[in-house]
Design a protein around this ligand. Structure first.
Ligand code: SF4
Ligand code: SF4
Length: 414
């Protein structure tokens, strides 16, 4: 595999220690079905590593990942992200070992860790560890009890909101730093103010990431129900947010935020949009010009182009047999990254909002444009509503920033 532009950008590989396994059965989850893709989810290249999803990542894979990941970094800071599935299905001892290995192989680097969890397994012991090691916790929660329990169910079909809230309470008691990761779906999109007020006023959340849920249905003989990115003509899953819902949902939240909370509450889409207005990097791949500076490593060491492209076609190799630079700066990943820009339909290339949207994520580009060109993002109509609505405020905030004043000056307009 040819290697192009080595070390031209930071190298980031998120790890999935428990693979696709999870204690919950959220109805919209795209990752649970990965258990079917490669039964028994053991990489064919790796002889002797019996990494079944029941046990998750084994010590040899963990050590190689930590050693290689630190070794290839050109920057002084190294970020580890533990993701899932549910990463807390691995015991705390696994993460204590990870910290020991990070210290051993650290070579003077500044190492930080974040873990994305549904929060149900948080205990005092876990919280003490997270606090002492300074880990950042991302908690998945979809709003009020009524909003969250619409789709975020356990294996018995029961709602999980109260247990998540208990986890958040524990995090607060132990002074653990945490952020909220919410989805916007067909249910909670109906009440954006209940959603936003819950995060701002009840959780006192300062950083909020909102991801639109969009999946399509395709029944497979092995029990999977969701379509893959390249499947065509599949109906939208009922829990998916519709394009106009997405636009109006984010506009309603923006209107509240821009009057009261600029500089106090950070909503990822608003930050990314302002970055687009400023001509800066948005900090999140879906609004960036190119994809893919964030690969994922499954529990067995297999590395894929992106969390949303964990399909055999997008496998870059295995950490036991391939070097990380070879996989991440190689032709296959470079082609994957560039395709986001190169495959844009003309409607996007000529769009007024391209600077902030960039056609959003390629996994959702399954529509055709008005003149029949493929590759239009399913949420385009929603983004057009949103960008049109926020444009005057973004113009104003841009001017403030260029004049050396804080963007929060926009609140004086009201
Ligand atoms: S496919 Fe989507 S999620 Fe993956 S890197 Fe590209 S923009 Fe990001
Ligand atoms: S708003 Fe629509 S047309 Fe414009 S860049 Fe985004 S997806 Fe493309």
């Amino acid at each position: 595999m040819a290697t192009a532009y080595p070390f031209a950008r930071p190298l980031y590989v998120m790890a999935k220690p428990a693979g696709p396994l999870c204690n919950l059965r959220c109805q919209y989850c795209y990752y649970l079905e990965k258990q079917h893709l490669q039964p028994p989810f053991v990489s064919p290249e790796v002889e002797g590593i019996k990494a079944s999803p029941r046990g998750g990542m084994e010590g040899a894979v963990l050590e190689q990942y930590i050693r290689d990941y630190i070794q290839v970094q050109q920057m002084p800071d190294v970020l580890f992200t533990w993701h899932g599935g549910e990463p807390m299905l691995k015991p705390l001892s696994f993460y204590k070992q990870a910290v020991r290995l990070q210290q051993y192989y650290g070579r003077g680097k500044r190492i930080s860790n974040s873990i994305q969890t549904n929060g149900l397994y948080l205990t005092p012991e876990w919280c003490q560890f997270l606090h002492d090691e300074g880990w950042l916790v991302g908690i998945s929660i979809d709003g009020t009890k009524e909003q969250h329990d619409a789709y975020r169910l356990d294996a018995q079909g029961k709602g999980t909101w109260e247990r998540v809230m208990n986890g958040i309470k524990l995090l607060n008691e132990y002074g653990v730093e945490w952020n909220a990761m919410a989805t916007a779906n067909h249910h909670n999109a109906q009440d954006p103010m209940a959603f936003y007020h819950f995060f701002r006023d009840e959780l006192k959340c300062k950083f909020l990431q909102i991801s639109p849920v969009v999946e399509r249905i395709k029944e497979h003989s092995d029990g999977r129900h969701l379509a893959q990115v390249f499947d065509e003509d599949c109906p939208i899953a009922p829990f998916s947010i519709r394009p106009e819902e997405w636009g109006h949902f984010m506009c309603a939240i923006f209107d509240e935020w821009v009057r009261h909370d600029v500089g106090e509450v950070f909503v990822q889409l608003f930050d990314a949009t302002l970055a687009g207005w400023m001509g800066a990097e948005p900090g999140v791949c879906v609004y960036a010009e190119e994809c893919g500076h964030a690969a994922v490593m499954e529990h067995n060491g297999d590395v894929y182009s992106c969390d949303h492209f964990v399909f055999p076609q997008y496998k870059l190799g295995n950490i036991r047999t391939h070097g990380l630079p070879q996989m991440l700066y190689g032709t296959k990943q470079n082609n994957f990254s560039r395709l986001k820009k190169e495959a844009l339909p003309r409607q996007c290339r000529e769009c007024l909002w391209l600077k902030a949207c960039h056609g959003e994520c390629p996994r959702l580009r399954f529509l055709h444009t008005a003149d029949g060109e493929p590759g239009l993002n399913y949420l385009c109509a929603g983004y057009r509503i949103f960008f049109q609505h926020v444009a005057p405020y973004m113009d104003y905030m841009r001017q403030e920033l260029l004049a050396g004043r804080p963007a929060s000056g926009v609140m004086r307009l009201f």
